[in-house]
Design a protein around this ligand. Structure first.
Ligand code: SF4
Length: 449
C-alpha cells in the first residue's frame, strides 16, 4: 500500500462520472496519486448509484467487496446517490465504511479523507447535505467536468422537479438547481483551450435549464450563448430532454447552429397514454409524433435516442403492444429499455410492483429484439457513407471512436481499420454495420491509395 494514494470506483451514470472526476481532481491537487489497484491505495472511494434496484445492489456489492478486503491502514469512503438517499443505513449494512458523503457534498472529499485518516473511530464521518448546492457557485466550479479523450461532460443543472412516479432522483437530489450561464461558458472556454473537441451537456432534465432563474427556453438560450462563446468547439451534444419541452426555438437553434450535433436523447419511458398517466409523465403521444416529425424535417440527419420502462404497474398486454408498435413505427436510432423496478418512497408506492417478473422479462426481451433489428437496419443505411468520427482509442491496428450518432457509454462505436490519433475527428468511410456498432476505414487513407 502506498501512502497518499487513492482508488476510486465510479458507478452509475455520466452525472456521477462528473462528480467522481471532480473528487479525483481535488485529491490530486492535495498531493494524492490515483491507483488502479485497490490493494495498493491508501484511500478507497466508491461513488455509488442508488437510482434503481440493480444499481443499488451493485453499489452494495462493490462496497462490501472493498470492505472485506480492506487492509490495516486503508480507509473506505462511500459517496454518491446511494449514500445521499440512505445515509446511515449504508454504513449499517456495510461494516467497515469510514466516511460517508452525499452527492451534493462531493467537494468535501479532501476534508473527509483527512478526518478518516486520523485513525480508527467508532462511527463513520458523515458529510450529508442539509441544503441544495447551487452548482458552479464556488471555487470548485472549474472541477465540475469530466474529461475523457476529446470529450467532456458539463453538468448544467442538478436535481429534478418533475413528478415521475417511478423515480427516486428528486428524493435523492432535491429539486432542479441550474448552474449560472457565465460559469458554464467559462468552463467551456477552459475546456476548449485544453483541446476538448466535444462538450456533452447533462442534467437530470436539460430542457428545464434556467427555469429556477425565470429563464424561458433556457436550454435554447444557453446553446446560443455557448455556440457564440466557443465557436471553435467542434461538437456540442445535448442529453436528457424531457418530452413536452423540446420547443420550436430549441429545434431551430439545433437546426441552425452547426456545432450542435444532430442528436436528440429524449427518454420517453412509454408510449401508451394510460401507462404514462400512471407514471405521472406527459401522456400526449400526439405531441411526441409531431415533435419528432418536426425535428426530422428541420434536421434531416437527426439521430434519436430514447429509453423505455417495461412492466410498469398495471401495464396490460394492450399497453405493452402499443409501446411495441410505437417503437416499430418511429424507428429510433437507439433505444434502451429497463424492466420496471420498484423504488420504495416514490409516488408509485400505492401501485406496488404487480407485473410478474417473467412477464417483464418476456416483454423486455421482445422489445429489445425488435429494437436490435431496427438498429441494425438503420446502421446498414450508413454503409458506403462517410461519417466524422472522434477517435477515442487505438490498439492492435484498430482505432475506435464515435460519430455524432453515438453518445459515450450508452450508444455504439465506430471501429476503424488502421491508426488514427486519439482526440482527432477523422472522416471514416463506413464499410460494415452491426446492431450497435459500425466498421469503417479512414476516408483519407482511401484517397491516398
Ligand atoms: S425527469 Fe422524471 S425520470 Fe428524469 S430524473 Fe426527473 S423525476 Fe426522474
Amino acid at each position: 500500500m502506498t501512502k497518499n494514494t487513492f482508488h476510486l470506483v465510479s458507478l452509475g451514470c455520466a452525472k456521477n462520472t462528473v462528480d467522481s472526476d471532480s473528487m479525483a481532481q481535488l485529491l490530486l491537487r492535495d498531493g494524492y496519486r490515483s491507483m488502479d489497484d485497490p490493494d495498493k491505495a491508501a484511500v478507497l472511494i466508491v461513488n455509488t448509484c442508488g437510482f434503481i434496484g440493480p444499481a443499488k445492489e451493485e453499489s452494495y456489492r462493490v462496497l462490501g467487496d472493498l470492505a472485506k478486503s480492506k487492509r490495516n491502514g486503508q480507509v473506505l469512503i462511500a459517496a454518491g446517490c446511494l449514500t445521499q438517499r440512505y445515509g446511515v443505513e449504508v454504513a449499517q449494512k456495510v461494516q467497515g465504511i469510514d466516511g460517508i458523503l452525499g452527492t451534493r457534498r462531493w467537494m468535501d472529499i479532501v476534508q473527509v479523507v483527512r478526518e478518516v485518516r486520523k485513525g480508527p473511530r467508532p462511527e463513520p464521518v458523515y458529510h450529508l447535505p442539509e441544503t441544495a448546492t447551487v452548482v458552479g457557485s464556488d471555487e470548485n466550479d472549474a472541477l465540475r467536468v469530466s474529461v475523457a479523450g476529446g470529450s467532456a461532460y458539463i453538468k448544467i443543472a442538478d436535481g429534478c422537479r418533475r413528478p415521475c412516479a417511478f423515480c427516486a432522483i428528486p428524493l435523492i437530489k432535491g429539486t432542479a438547481v441550474s448552474r449560472p450561464v457565465e460559469s458554464i461558458l467559462h468552463e467551456a472556454q477552459t475546456l476548449r483551450d485544453a483541446g476538448v473537441r466535444e462538450l456533452i451537456l447533462i442534467a437530470q432534465d436539460t430542457t428545464d435549464y434556467g427555469h429556477d432563474f425565470g429563464l424561458k427556453d433556457g436550454l435554447a438560450v444557453l446553446l446560443e450563448q455557448l455556440t457564440d462563446s466557443v465557436p471553435d468547439m467542434d461538437w456540442i451534444r445535448v442529453m436528457y430532454a424531457y418530452p413536452g419541452y423540446v420547443t420550436d426555438r430549441l429545434v431551430e437553434v439545433m437546426a441552425t447552429r452547426k456545432q450542435i450535433l444532430p442528436y436528440l436523447d429524449m427518454p420517453l419511458q412509454h408510449a401508451h397514454p394510460k401507462t404514462l398517466y400512471r407514471m405521472k409523465r406527459p401522456s400526449n403521444i400526439d405531441w411526441v409524433h409531431k415533435t419528432l416529425a418536426k425535428m426530422r424535417a428541420a434536421i434531416p440527419e437527426l439521430a434519436i435516442r430514447t429509453t423505455f420502462i417495461v412492466g410498469y404497474p398495471g401495464e396490460t398486454d394492450e399497453e405493452f403492444q402499443a409501446l411495441y408498435d410505437f417503437v416499430n413505427e418511429i424507428r429510433f436510432d437507439r433505444a434502451g429499455a429497463f424492466p420496471f423496478s420498484f423504488e420504495p418512497g416514490t409516488t408509485s408506492t400505492p401501485l406496488g410492483d404487480p407485473v410478474h417478473a417473467s412477464v417483464k422479462e418476456e416483454r423486455f426481451a421482445r422489445l429489445m429484439e425488435l429494437q436490435q433489428s431496427i438498429s441494425l437496419q438503420v446502421n446498414q443505411s450508413y454503409v458506403g457513407k462517410t461519417l466524422d468520427v472522434l477517435v477515442e482509442g487505438f490498439n492492435d491496428g484498430i482505432s475506435i471512436g464515435r460519430s455524432y450518432r453515438d453518445a459515450p457509454e450508452v450508444d455504439g462505436l465506430v471501429i476503424i481499420e488502421g491508426k488514427a490519433s486519439v482526440g482527432d475527428i477523422v472522416p471514416v468511410r463506413i464499410t460494415g454495420a452491426m446492431a450497435y456498432d459500425l466498421t469503417g476505414v479512414l476516408a483519407q487513407k482511401l484517397i491516398t491509395l
